[in-house]
Each structure stands twice: as structure tokens, then as C-alpha cells.
Design a protein around this ligand. Sequence first.
Ligand code: DAT
Ligand code: MG
Length: 151
Amino acid sequence: MERTFVMLKPDAVQRGIVGEIISRFERKGFKIVAMKMLKISRELAEKHYAEHKGKPFFEGLLNYITSSPVIAMVIEGKNAVKVVRSIVGATNPAEAQPGTIRGDYGLDVGRNVIHASDSLESAKREIALFFSSEEIYEYSKYDENWIYEKN
Ligand code: DAT
Ligand code: MG
């Protein structure tokens, strides 16, 4: 089982679509093992998006992500990193496939609704940035034998 970091960005909260988005991950069979609302500090935003420092969109990205609360989550499941990225869709919502979250809910790359880790390594780093180990729950879910052939 893998864990990945997912964040519903300020526009998702402001537009009242967090429930719909979280439902998509639940329906797929993923397990939410951590979740909280927070207003991201500039310092945390800079760490989270460190790889983009110096790019022309960096300043706008930081302003956007720190402008209003977000929902941060850790999602667990088989091939979680790759499968969650495919549910999220391409970075630019105007190009993201219909049926993906960005393809269904956005139009502008600077308001693309959701973040998801792009690799197992990024997932580990991002989870540690947002959650302490006590905030991540290990529990069994009653439907696991109906989602996975083998646990
Ligand atoms: P992703 O969020 O799909 O992993 P990324 O890591 O390349 O994409 O970029 C991080 C965020 O930065 C992205 O969600 C939106 C913003 N961004 C990326 N490219 C951009 C661009 N060309 N113009 C404006 N914002 C951009
Ligand atoms: Mg990225």
C-alpha cells in the first residue's frame, strides 16, 4: 500500500466543492488516513513548492495557496501516487481530460483546484511537511475485502 499527499486548494474550499472531490477518492476505494483544514503560511508554501522557486509563476502560486484555507489529506491505497494523479488530471485544467478533477472543475492553470504528489519520494516529503505521525491513522475499513482481492 502507498500513501500520497493531496491538498484541496483555496479555490476548492471557496467554491464549495471539497465534498464532491473527496467523494471521488472514497468511491474509488481509497482510504483517507489523515485530513485537516489549515491556512498555509508563506514559509510552508515555499517549502512545499521549493522545486518551483525562481519560475515566473512562483510568486502568484504562493499568493494563491496562502490566500484562504486548504484541506490537506493523506490518502492510502494500492498504487496511490499514480492512481491519484490520474484522477486529478493534467496541471492545466484547460487541457485536463473531462472526467478528471481538474478537467471537470477548472479552467485556469493558476486555479487548478487540487494538488497531489507526483512520486513516492515527493509524497513522503510532503506528508511530513503537513502532518505529524500522530495525525496519521492506521485503521482497517470494513470494505477492504471488496476493494482488494488480497490485503
Ligand atoms: P502539478 O500541480 O500538476 O504537480 P507542477 O508541480 O508543475 O504541477 O506545478 C505546481 C503548480 O504550479 C501547479 O499546480 C499550478 C502552478 N503552475 C504550474 N505551471 C504553471 C504555469 N505555467 N503558469 C501558472 N501556474 C503554473
Ligand atoms: Mg507538482
